[in-house]
Design a protein around this ligand. Structure first.
Ligand code: IVH
Length: 768
């Protein structure tokens, strides 16, 4: 058990902190399960740094209080170069030094936390609270994978209280909000709120599902070891102890050094994977820090140099609504232009009707707007004292779509109201074409918003398939309209010349978009709830467009990361007749996804009847009940012809629910169709490892971009020939197939002497 704990903790560190996994996921899962089994057999021997404790403890009624043994203070803020010069001057005067070395680091925009380790073992975590007492969030912090449950190495002190920041990375935040949206739950305003909301969960199992991160930046209490001589050495020590520290730290000299660091971080700020609200300077020598001491609640030896405020005060001149691709109506505040963090803001989203009412935003109000990173600016709050009198009327959402005049409806339990016009609504048509042509979708270069507007307004295109029917004349006509409308007719055109080069280029770009990878085409279709990652899952697992088109919700639901709502949305989209027509028109116009391949071999397990049966959403039919039914000799198909379910030993309620479900129109057919499709799919699956194919027993790792096929397509061919595809290179890897821009996996293969193939080499091997 001790060995397993150590081994698993090492793998967690390699995976989550170093981002360099050393074993395949399946092997990790196997070891984890083995430990779980041992622990349930010998509960008295469970170690307190066991990774099994990371799944989250049972909910608690409230957090208990923790008194910080060393208070958690705050920092003085500076905003201008002058503030920094003054800070440096006071430090130099205090130390009677000519030039001072500083540790410069990031000011993470998360929540401060204190972690207590006793003899290297994590024992307690507390929030900052008022600086003197915080809340005990030990169970929640255990679930944060980047935080070690035991410190590494042999420099472990008797007591170490680590201070640092808990935060959420931007992409994890986006994924979380997508999940919240899909589940119809409230979205978080920014990564900081999401991190705070996730950490302060009384149910740590919820925290465990949120991907929190941590960076260490200081020491609270230390016993049984010498404090390193400088702050930069403390950070290096943290790194050796296995605690995450940001790589963006530096030791710089004097005021010039501080300002250079500030500017260089400012330039890279947007590309960092997490949000920061400034940088922090700390006098590097610990003895000097002590000499400078504290003023009230902040150290004299440190300064937070903040980036310009990202909030500003302005006035709402109007509230309009925007109609999105799916008809979603979003209220938007038109603002008296104001500079927020260096960018002029004229519009801010109000999210939805409830938000406008909750914040009670009215035309004429003074409001605080906030711009966080690269997200759309939003109205944070109204400054009520400045509301004009007499007070303007409260906001009401329009009852009809301002673009097409169709009814606006808001379904029960939904936060958003929608225009019911569908593709007859020009706004929805424009948005769906914009989405379709986008860079991460079909990537039609040169088809800007302005032209899409004209194409739709002049009735040249009604749906995305019409893009592929456009002629040179259409485009010239459309451009003339756009130029006239915007008053931007070029001189040459006024002189009677025709600018065809632009139109030629656009036609070429449209033609060039005809063979996208399947996942891009799926994403481009604009199916509700289908983002890039869901599109990729569909393409990876099903491989072919026609299969995705006919897959019923129950089948989609058994695919990884596709839940009920998403599965329903996809199936509904493809069932809709006008969508079918649009897709047929696309195919007829020559749009064909490239790199289609047979479904993944692993689909076989997912397609087990019990999974499909449980995924049908029949009330009360849980997985164990589904298993029971099938165990009694039934199949999906036989069930479709059954009338009485009371004979399988099922509880009466379950049998009744089944009987009820079966009599609903269409349900039996649905079940029979699912059984048929399952059989069809199974027949198409590449044969797994077994005896077939000449690559049985060979393991491949694919890396980089191959010249003509996607990695998924190459993987499918390998699996068809009996080979296996793995994600990481080890001594056991038979071949690494490397394309352009292959990185660490290629290097690893070279290091281990694993044979390396290019695409041609792979094809030769497959055909040999
Ligand atoms: S040092 C005695 N370093 O900023 C000084 N704080 O206003 C203790 N913060 O609540 C703080 N990044 O949550 C320090 N690199 C960093 C930081 C940092 C973010 C936060 C911290 C604290 C606040 C201080």
């Amino acid at each position: 058990m001790a060995w397993l704990v150590e081994e698993l903790n090492r793998h967690i560190y390699n995976y989550h902190v170093l981002d360099a996994p050393t074993i395949p996921d399946a092997e990790y899962d196997r070891l984890f399960k083995e430990l779980q089994e041992l622990e349930s057999a010998w509960p008295q021997a469970v170690k307190n740094d066991s990774p099994t404790s990371r799944v989250g403890a049972a909910p608690i009624p409230e957090f208990s209080q923790v008194t910080h043994s060393v208070p958690m203070l705050s920092l003085n803020n500076g905003f201008t170069d002058e503030d920094v010069e003054n800070f440096d001057r006071r430090v130099r005067e205090g130390l009677e030094a000519r030039q001072v070395a500083y540790s410069a680091e990031l000011k993470f925009d998360g929540l401060a936390i204190s972690l207590r380790y006793e003899n290297g073992v994590f024992v307690q975590a507390a929030t900052r609270g008022d600086g003197y007492t915080g809340e005990d969030v030990t169970a929640n912090i255990r679930t944060v994978r980047v935080i070690p449950l035991r410190l590494h190495g042999d420099e472990v002190p008797a007591v170490l209280e680590v201070r640092g920041e808990v935060l959420m990375f931007k992409d994890d935040f986006a994924r979380l909000n997508q999940r919240q949206r899909d589940a119809g739950s409230r979205e978080f305003a920014n990564p900081r709120n999401a991190a705070a909301g996730s950490l302060r969960q009384l149910d740590a199992r919820i925290t465990a599902q949120r991907k929190l991160r941590f960076f260490a930046y200081g020491i609270g209490r230390l016993e049984g070891a010498e404090l390193p001589e400088s702050h930069s050495a403390v950070l290096d020590w943290f790194d050796r102890l296995g605690l995450p520290v940001s790589k963006e730290r530096a030791v710089v000299s004097g005021c010039e050094g501080l300002l250079d660091y500030y500017r260089s971080i400012g330039e890279r700020r947007a590309s960092l994977p997490y949000e920061i609200d400034g940088v922090v300077y700390k006098v590097d020598r610990v003895a000097d820090q002590a000499q400078l001491g504290f003023v009230s609640r902040a150290p004299r030896f440190a300064l937070a140099h903040k980036f310009p405020a990202e909030e500003a005060l302005t006035v709402v001149s109007a509230i309009d609504v925007q109609v999105g691709r799916t008809g979603a109506i979003t209220p938007v505040a038109r603002l008296v232009p104001v500079s927020v963090g260096g960018v002029t803001v004229t519009n801010a989203t109000l999210h939805n009707e409830d938000e406008v009412l909750r914040k009670d935003v009215r035309v004429g109000d003074s409001v605080i707007v906030r711009r966080a990173g690269d997200v759309i600016p939003e109205v944070l709050s109204v400054v009520l004292e400045r509301r004009p009198s007499p007070a303007p009327a409260p906001y009401r959402l329009p009852e009809t779509c301002p673009v097409c005049g169709s009814h606006v409806v808001r379904e029960e339990g939904e936060a958003v109201a929608r225009c019911t016009g569908g593709l007859t609504c020009a706004a929805q048509r424009k948005e769906s074409i914009r989405h379709f042509a986008g860079r991460r979708m079909m990537d039609i270069e040169g088809l800007g918003d302005r032209y899409i507007d004209s194409l739709v307004e002049s009735n040249l295109i009604h749906g995305v398939a019409d893009l592929y029917k456009l002629t040179l004349d259409d485009l010239l006509k459309m451009k003339r309209l756009a130029d006239e409308r915007d008053g931007t007719t070029p001189e040459t055109v006024k002189q009677g010349k025709v600018a065809t080069k632009w139109a030629d280029n656009l036609l070429a770009a449209i033609a060039a978009s005809k063979n996208p990878p399947l996942e891009r085409l799926l994403f481009a279709l604009g199916i509700r709830h289908v983002g890039e990652s869901t599109a990729k899952t569909l393409a990876d697992w099903l491989g072919r467009f026609d299969l995705v088109r006919q897959a019923p919700a129950a089948l989609l639901r058994v695919l990884p990361d596709i839940g009920g709502t998403v599965a329903e949305a996809i199936a509904e989209f493809f069932a809709e007749e006008k969508n079918q027509r649009e897709i047929d028109a696309l195919l007829a116009a020559g749009v064909t996804p490239q790199g289609e391949h047979p479904p993944r071999a692993q689909l076989r397990e997912k397609l087990e009847e019990v999974n499909l049966l449980a995924a049908l959403g029949i009330p009360k039919l849980t997985e164990p009940r589904a298993r029971q039914l099938l165990g009694a000799g039934q199949t999906l198909d036989s069930l479709a012809h059954l009338n009485v379910f009371g004979v399988f030993g099922l509880p009466a309620g379950v049998a009744a629910a089944l009987e009820e479900w079966m009599v609903e129109p269409g349900h039996r057919e649905q079940l029979a169709a699912l059984a048929r499709l399952r059989a069809e799919l199974l027949a198409q699956l590449p044969v797994e490892a077994a005896a077939e194919g000449h690559l049985v027993g060979k393991t491949f790792v694919l890396t980089g971009t191959l010249p003509t096929m996607s990695r998924d397509a190459a993987g499918a061919l390998i699996e068809q020939a009996g080979g296996k595809v793995s994600g990481s290179v080890s001594k056991k890897t038979s071949y690494v197939v490397a394309g352009a821009e292959a990185g660490s996996k290629l290097a690893k293969a070279e290091e281990l002497g694993v044979p390396i193939l290019d695409e041609a080499g792979l094809l030769a091997l497959l055909n040999s």
